[in-house]
Design a protein around this ligand. Structure first.
Ligand SMILES: NC(=O)c1ccc[n+]([C@@H]2O[C@H](COP(=O)([O-])OP(=O)(O)OC[C@H]3O[C@@H](n4cnc5c(N)ncnc54)[C@H](OP(=O)(O)O)[C@@H]3O)[C@@H](O)[C@H]2O)c1
Length: 284
């Protein structure tokens, strides 16, 4: 049976690819974006399946209004994809206050407020799914991308918690964690801080150089295959809580988690040594 979807950031990349694949299989899509003309071609091909609204996810009041209108006009929405977002490159010291605020407002607050706006509707209709675009960088970190990582680690913690709050209402959540993918992300969607002399010989500057010199063939992620995997995950009866996509994502997240687990194990004795002498663990 065909489904209805709500997706943010559908002008390019994952958002656009998801919309295109979903429309091609007969689903209905409530597509939101800042530049609505980017959907002109899809609107001409699928006039009865595509609902389009302008939405900048930094505008919380607009998120609520557009979400309410989408549920009112489409009736039921089965899957919500919080996709809009961008990267920010530069050492923490090099970033401007405005860059930091805008990154967090878009990737964190925008995603949180979208989830909060859709939850009453999903509860009222008896369930649904929320897919949140995170990244492999939501579980590991490169130098030179601290604010992007901060934004995605924040949204991972948020959704991990919310997923437990809403499971009882039949709502499933999924953190999508792609590695590098051939979208506009590494190009026009990567904001940069002005480079400083002080960081010229540091790992942050090397990541900057790498980002500037990286060619498409050095980026593993196939956008079509990744979007297909997201759709399959949403279609599954039990949608996974996390969806790791890309060989780079698998390798880097595996390494980071193995290191963290080894660290936790190495600290067992110290950790338990700081418990109060009369501590009694609560029954679980
Ligand atoms: N590509 C990768 O390597 C990669 C890897 C892991 C995770 N991701 C995540 O995937 C998501 C989508 O990125 P992408 O790779 O598909 O890159 P993309 O092609 O650059 O698409 C980014 C989308 O987000 C939109 N957007 C940015 N700020 C917005 C705002 N304030 N309000 C509404 N829309 C906004 C952009 O709209 P405009 O056209 O108006 O700018 C665009 O539609 C992001 O959350 C990103 O963090 C990407």
């Amino acid at each position: 049976m065909s489904k209805a979807w709500f997706i943010t950031g559908t002008s390019t990349g994952f958002g656009h690819e998801l919309a295109e694949q979903l429309l091609a299989r007969g689903d209905r899509v409530a597509a939101t974006l800042r530049r609505t003309e980017a959907l002109d071609a899809l609107a001409a091909r699928y006039p009865d399946q595509l609902w389009i609204r302008r939405l900048d996810v930094t505008d919380t009041a607009a998120i609520r209004a557009v979400v309410d209108a989408a549920f009112a006009e489409l009736g039921r929405i089965d899957v919500v994809v919080s996709n809009a977002g961008y990267g920010l490159l530069g050492a923490a010291e090099e970033l401007t206050d405005e860059q930091i605020e805008h990154q967090l407002q878009t990737n964190v607050v925008g995603s949180i407020q979208l989830t909060r706006a859709v939850l009453p509707h999903l509860r009222a209709q008896g369930g649904g799914k929320i897919l949140q675009l995170s990244t492999m960088g939501g579980q590991m970190a490169y130098a030179g991308m601290s604010l992007y990582h901060a934004s995605k680690w924040a949204i991972e913690g948020f959704l991990d918690s919310v997923g437990q709050e809403v499971a009882t209402f039949g709502i499933q959540t999924c953190l999508v964690e792609p590695g590098g993918a051939r979208t506009d992300f590494a190009g026009r969607s990567l904001a940069m801080a002005p480079a400083s002399e002080a960081y010229a010989a540091t790992p942050a500057a090397r990541v900057r150089e790498l980002a500037a010199s990286r060619t498409a063939s050095a980026i593993p992620g196939d956008v079509r295959k990744m979007a297909r995997a997201m759709i399959d995950a949403a279609d599954a009866e039990e949608t996974p809580r996390r969806l790791l996509l890309g060989s780079d994502a698998y390798k880097l997240v595996h390494t980071a988690l193995a290191e963290r687990l080894a660290f936790v194990e190495a600290h067992h004795d110290l950790a338990v040594s700081t418990d109060a002498d009369d501590y009694v663990p609560a029954a679980t």
